[in-house]
Design a binder for this molecule. Sequence first.
Ligand code: NAP
Length: 320
Amino acid sequence: MSKIFITRKIDEAVIDELKKSFDVEVWDSEDEAVPRDILLEKVKESQALLTMLSDQIDKEVLSNAPLLKVVANMAVGYDNIDVQAAEKAGIIVTNTPDVLTDTTADLAFSLILATARRIPEAAEYIKKGDWTSWSPYLLAGHDVHHKTLGIIGMGKIGQAVAKRAAGFDMDILYHTRSRKTEAEEQFGAQYKSLNDLLEKADFVLVLAPLTDETRGMIGAEQFKIMKESAIFINVGRGPVVDEKALIEALENGEIAGAGLDVFEKEPISKDHPLVAMKNVVAVPHIGSASTETRFIMMKLAADNIKAVLNGEKPLTKVSV
Ligand code: NAP
């Protein structure tokens, strides 16, 4: 019987379904990633891995996996997996595109709103008992409607955010390597060079994947081009942004605020300078975290494993 190792506690219903046909073992923790030595041990005897974005599936893991046929990542991003090395070893890698698009777009848009309208700060203000009277500029933030949104990485999630932004009467700019004519037609989005987008946008939103090309794409030079009133949002991957440069840009008033779901090093510590800043809204990589969507992602990852182990075509294979 083929063996599947699942690197984190997932829904029992998904596990039970796999158990009908396979030998399944789970790293049964909700808040601790599988320790590296255990992953290296388990992969030796597994035909399939169901992984999380917090697992590094690199050359060392892949070369320790003589029986491995498939790595099913429970995320659309797959920068945690050496896909080239997997392909070379004949191991299929799958991800979970599409099913998380709207949920992640909701989170991206809520970060735009929360940062601009200072929602966490305002909620904290009441909790601390600081509200003594109404006043005209009390916790006044900035408008989102009728402003300009610049999306870097206008893929599935970027376009779902553009749809939401169109409902807020925003002007939409985007930057990718290739033109997205559907987004131009549907939401009036305008294609811009990166510098042009940075210069004109009130909200700069990163939704590009982490690749060799995008690593460090937003740094000191890019923050200097942005408006001093600009709010920077990152829902893509932390290392797309030079975090030191982001901290400096916020400290020096080169930009007005930031809404962050992803960080250079995750989990970010509570003592990190970004976490202490009043004009930063930081959340712990919860882009796709609705119970409905997370269940569908688990199920899709499991279905990919089932297909490969049954000799069928995987549903959502990654290729490089
Ligand atoms: P997608 O449909 O593949 O979109 C990615 C977009 O990025 C494409 O439009 C691509 O267009 C663009 N892109 C790639 N390289 C680029 C570059 N060098 N410069 C500018 N744009 C570039 O993927 P998606 O489903 O929208 O997801 C996007 C990313 O969001 C994922 O890779 C993942 O890292 C992140 N994500 C985060 C969360 C979260 O929880 N925070 C959840 C889901 C996804 P071109 O190829 O034309 O450049």
